[in-house]
Design a protein around this ligand. Sequence first.
Ligand code: NAP
Length: 485
Amino acid sequence: MIRHLKSPGLFAAIDRVPAPGTRAGERVFEVFNPSTGELLARLPDMGVDETRAAIDRAFAAQAGWAALTARERSDVLWRWHQLIVDHTDDLAAILTAEMGKPLAEAKSEVAHAAAYLQWYAEEANRIYGETISAPSTDRRMLVIKQPIGVVGTITPWNFPASMVARKISPALAAGCTIVLKPAEQTPLVAGAMFALAAEAGFPEGVVNLIYASEGDAIGRELCSNPKVRKISFTGSTEVGRLLMRQCSDQIKKVSLELGGNAPFIVFDDADIDAAVDGAIQAKFRNAGQTCVSANRLYVQSAVHDAFVEKFVEKVRHLPVGDGFDSDVAIGPLIDSHALAKIELHIADVVAKGGVVRCGGNRIGEKGTFFQPTVLTRISHDMTVAQEETFGPVAPIIRFEDADQVVHEANDTIYGLAAYFYASNLKRVWHVAEALEYGMVGINTGRMSSEAAPFGGIKQSGIGREGSRHGLEDYLEMKYLCMGGI
Ligand code: NAP
């Protein structure tokens, strides 16, 4: 049972969310608390047949949902937003229990999820077409926007509430219906949000949830079923590539929010204290398990030692523990594979002459806790600087030349987020424009917002979520030409 639940009814409803008749016989899968190893729930383990049935329901509901006025769709999204706000404490408790992040971070994530629903409840009313000056007087030309259709969505475990809201709220606002599969490790908060969606009054078949332990079979069905007109995926680049391949036979549209390898650059004209605080935020939020985590820190020679000293001092004192304990800043990692990956990255650093300045080890026997770690004497070719570590490990690379650091920052297949700290305005503009990333944080370690376009370039993805641009990803453009006027 989950500690701190105010209304156990919401938790109980999770099991009942998928529509009747969609449950896969006796097959179940289990969800555990990564801090304690405690079993939290057994859920029906759905497969291809249940996914097909959910797609059929979404397909049947599509025309009716699209035919509502924008205001009517907006009203349902508003009600869902309000229910999520009202149940923030319980949603956060469920999230912390299944994912491990500190309760305060979980509450902030639920607020972020609610903010997306609010934003797209508003944006639903702002879908505009255009008129075009025709090249002859007997014609009228215009463009209308229409929903793409049924959208298949797949979400990861690291932000199990906000990824659900960020992905499906623009789709629903646009008039699409959806089928969503959350990550195997974190289906509970998604289930609770869908239980609240039912209360909000979405018509039958508009939102559909698939619980499953094996993403590949569900993914194949979503990509190959012709009733699904678009796939929207957040997760690893590897799985994103696979889904894109699977969608190619039907030229199915894709939105992909994939992995990153974010550089965090501190120039010699930066405010060092602000840069240290920004680096703590960008590196250690969610135990480093975010796609926009600072993966490699570059610090210019003149300020390198001062930065490292202050940074290590703060990192040493970051409290690690069960997300339900007060004052905890870093929870457990999602599972033992995540621990093993971090250890491999640190071993590679040590073997190549790098130094562990603090941390470097697992904590305790129970749970999947790892010490917040700072590594120095890092070079650009080490695994830790090349691959997404996805853990509380901060490798620091000393650099001399400003042009060279931008070149190294861009020397990756990824292009999601980058950060830098500097004060010289000329440098700020030059570096901001030269970094090949979809998002750049300048003198800040945190930039996600429902009002801004979130997304990457290169192999970090296709499309944007959030802002007015996020809605466009779920709309088709239709050109109408009327002659004989
Ligand atoms: P993942 O392994 O790619 O899994 C993400 C989702 O895909 C899960 O629901 C998973 O289901 C499903 N899945 C796995 N294999 C699949 C397949 N063959 N076909 C269809 N679906 C499949 O990624 P993760 O480890 O959960 O998440 C971490 C990654 O996500 C990191 O790389 C991170 O950078 C990225 N991410 C990106 C963003 C962004 O906005 N750019 C945001 C958050 C995370 P199962 O759980 O059932 O395997």
